[in-house]
Design a protein around this ligand. Sequence first.
Ligand SMILES: *Cc1c(COP(=O)(O)O)cnc(C)c1O
Length: 421
Amino acid sequence: MDHFLYRNGALHAEDVPVAEIAAAVGTPFYVYSTATLLRHFQLFDEALEGLDHLVCYAMKAASNQAILKTLAKAGAGMDVVSGGEYMRAKAVGVPGDKIVFSGVGKTAAEIRLALEGGIRQFNVESEPEMEVLDATARAMGQVAPITIRVNPDVDARTHAKIATGKSENKFGIPISRAKEVYALAASMPGLDVVGIDVHIGSQLTDLVPFELAYRKVAELTTQLRAEGHDIRRLDLGGGLGIPYARDNQAPPLPSDYGAMVKRTLGHLGCEIEIEPGRLIAGNAGIMVSEVIYVKSGEDRDFLIIDGAMNDLIRPAMYEAYHDIVPVVEPAPGAEQATFDIVGPVCETGDTFARGRQMPAVTAGDLVAFRSAGAYGAVMSSEYNSRPLIPEVLVNGDQFAVIRRRPTFDEMINRDTIPEWL
Ligand SMILES: *Cc1c(COP(=O)(O)O)cnc(C)c1O
């Protein structure tokens, strides 16, 4: 569910007409709904009610400071994957004991940063990382709380680029080697082993792979406890998918997911952490773009819009589908058209949709990409020297620019020409 609906013939973001935002900030831009962000966070929080739990928003999905502050004020913890994300979380006042640090390549500098500022736990992904963490913590006179990310070797049945739980993926340690790796961790005085971490992939539309992985985690918890490890926290990762197409089979709800977590892990008496990203931010944002030209090709019509692959890379990168709808509500029975929807970037990969049937639109019309809140703005670039597009946050009938579009001068002046030129 989201808060981007047609009202009086016009697409609204909560109570604000999208066209009004376009007039104020220019196109293309992202706009997010506070109500949708909060609703999705609360759905997860409620789904785990009755368990000692913390929902840590995986901020790589959408990490604007205003989005982070919205969620932090609601009580969310944060899952960070870099020193930059750690600093973003701290900058909106998230206490260290609500930040978990994930990722396969944490550097010693990033580890120091998090130990200095405070951290709930590091989700460790390899033995070499464990050694660096142990040495760094000891040098700072600290003991670092850790979980070890295990790779359960289950097929998440999602796009290959976002599957992380198979043995051939770079993530975690093989679950078959867990016993020896936990023993090694326990022997390191700079580490406090608090639990187990697992994250098998993103955009999962079925609970079965989660359940297979979590059953393995339950079994491992029992085994490790028998070995003398005080396993008291389970980090279950993120990955629950969202409906991208209106006619799609709906993915499981957070409440279904929560019930499954309780069924498979509830008896262990562990504190439960989850790290949802996409499900919190995905349907809480849209990207709005203006049609520049309708170009008639030999056998097809191209809708050329002012948004491009540098602004929203998911279709080019993951063959992702986004609903693309006119901002002016089409009249019932309005004329339909079929377009290849493309951006201005000089690559054939700059294609958002091929042969897409949609209500007829023309030059100057606004279109909205639904479900663009996650892995949208955060993955954008200035390829083709197209300045990063603005982000806007709506709350009821008010909206604010939460990241403005840089000017051409600002973009150019980030470069430095050496003296000798
Ligand atoms: C990306 C990621 C997440 C969030 O995944 P979503 O599919 O956006 O929910 C959570 N945990 C880890 C370790 C990740 O890498």
